[in-house]
Design a protein around this ligand. Structure first.
Ligand code: C2O
Ligand code: CU
Length: 484
């Protein structure tokens, strides 16, 4: 099924309702004055609970039952300044155990939220206090890390913004949280296909309904002359989005990936590829005509769909900027460059999946043939081990420099995410590359070889897994152990 195909499957009321849709569903950040952020040392409670969302239209006709933080999707925007302490009490009012993981934050290991590795699951009716400092500014996100292939597909995620001490001046700072849902014809989440083995062994759970900030094709109100910061976040289980933000009506440059500043802003030459878990920050200088409308297009399926619109104020706008230069974000120098010549090399060989060559793998301490692995729902392996966490991929000394050589011997792309650290791609298919941005999630293409370089500067047990959540559950996870 393609994105938005639900509408072709008989949901006709939505077309009638389209004309009524007027509200701008974009979540706007408060004005980017650092003084405006307040109360950061206060505890706040976030309740994981069932709720409902107007995923199909803004006119309230169908409400989709979801699980959300504070009952909404995305969950509440958390915004702090670099160096602040985050204090969140998770209260679980779901029927199932859960947790929160703070994706991309170089965190204190006990707060990382990985059930089974860094904490016990927070049971129904229980609480857990997350408290840690935020060392790096940027666009991050938070999500459940228990049964995530189901809990994230139900909506348990939100955005965490950490402001730079010297943030660029913009007129609007906006979130663009993109997700694809698998909905039934009645507009409810297709829960019957949770755990589907076809999804497990192929691309993961792909949806049929696309939302931006939990809404269908929201309208982003803009004025000509404005400078906008747009923070793109892919919260989908498995879909790699391609967002085409190019238009003659504005100039657009990428300034950060996964929250990390690019050394130089990059003018958009093509659609932005956004794998699950990844983020991209873009600066847009709006120059469209008053009353105009400009689509943002999603092009990953080969059948482009408009997923949101910029809608220009009718009354005109501001004077165009005299200084059109887009400056790079301030860098903060927390990351030591990797000493490639001296670094220890660690291999990670990916196998499995449909059309793969895997004949068997280690699982639960014994060698299993493929048939037994399928029964155990483990159809992928790292270094011949399917999803066991009893031993780490590597034991590391603190501040050890390492290179992880990922060899993707599968027919599928994988969005590899390392917790608690950031890395640079230093080799691709055997060829050294330099100057690549720091990231926390890297898309490794079918049959590709990618080497990640990093300094293991954060002690603890750090999960390293595919962010296609069905692949993760199906065996694509391991961890590194960084000694204190
Ligand atoms: Cu965003 Cu281990 O995950
Ligand atoms: Cu994968």
């Amino acid at each position: 099924m393609n994105l938005h195909s639900v509408s072709r499957m008989g949901m006709n009321r939505r077309h009638i309702l389209r004309g009524l849709m007027a509200t701008a569903a974009v979540v706007s950040l408060p004005p980017q004055s650092i003084a405006a952020t307040s109360g950061t040392d206060q505890w706040r409670t976030i309740t994981a609970k069932p709720g409902d969302a107007r995923l199909l239209d803004a006119a309230q006709s169908v409400r989709t039952k979801i699980w959300g933080y504070d009952g909404s999707v995305p969950g509440p925007l958390l915004r702090y300044r670099q160096g602040d302490t985050l204090r969140v009490r998770l209260e679980n009012q779901l029927p199932d155990p859960t947790s929160i993981h703070w994706h991309g934050v170089a965190i204190d290991n006990r707060m990382d939220g990985v059930v089974g590795l860094t904490q016990a699951a927070v049971g129904p009716g229980e609480q857990f206090d997350y408290e840690f400092t935020l060392p790096d500014p940027g666009t991050f996100w938070y999500h459940t890390h228990n049964q995530s292939w189901e809990q994230m597909a139900r909506g348990l995620y939100g955005v965490l913004v950490v402001d730079e001490r010297d943030a660029p001046a913009v007129d609007q700072d906006l979130l663009f949280v993109i997700d694809d849902w698998r909905l039934r014809q009645d507009g409810q989440i297709d829960t019957g296909s949770f755990g589907n083995m076809h999804d497990w062994a192929h691309a993961g759970r792909l949806g049929n309904w696309l939302t931006v900030n939990g809404a269908d094709r929201p309208q982003i109100s803009v004025k000509s002359g404005e400078r906008i910061r747009l923070r793109l976040v892919n919260t989908a289980n498995a879909r790699i989005f391609r967002l085409d933000l190019r238009s003659p009506a504005h100039a657009a440059s990428m300034i950060a990936v996964d929250g990390f500043p690019l050394a130089l802003p990059q003018e958009l030459q093509e659609a932005i590829e956004l794998a699950p878990g990844q983020r991209v920050d873009v600066i847009l200088d709006m120059t469209g005509d008053p009353g105009g409308r400009v689509a943002i297009r999603e092009t990953s399926t080969g059948k482009p769909v408009d997923c949101a619109h910029f809608v220009y104020d009718k009354t005109g706008g501001k004077k165009p900027r005299t200084n059109r230069r887009i400056a790079a974000l301030p860098t903060w120098g927390n990351h030591a460059p990797v000493d490639i010549a001296a670094a220890r090399e660690i291999d990670l060989h990916m196998t499995g999946g449909a059309m793969g060559m895997m004949s068997g793998a280690m699982h639960r301490g014994r060698m299993m043939p493929m048939g037994d692995l399928v029964d155990a729902r483990k159809v992928w392996a790292f270094n011949g081990v399917a999803g066991d966490l009893d031993r780490p991929l590597a034991q590391l000394r603190r501040n050890e420099h390492i290179l992880i050589n990922i060899k993707n011997d599968t027919r599928w792309p994988h969005a590899m995410h390392l917790h608690g650290h950031h890395f640079q791609v230093v080799r691709r298919n055997g060829t050294p590359v330099s100057g690549t941005p720091w990231r926390d999630t890297e898309l490794v293409r079918p049959m590709e070889q990618v080497t990640l370089g990093l300094v293991a500067d954060n002690p603890g047990k750090w999960l390293f897994h595919c962010h296609m959540l069905e692949h993760q559950a199906g065996g694509m996870k391991t961890w590194i152990d960084v000694r204190a």
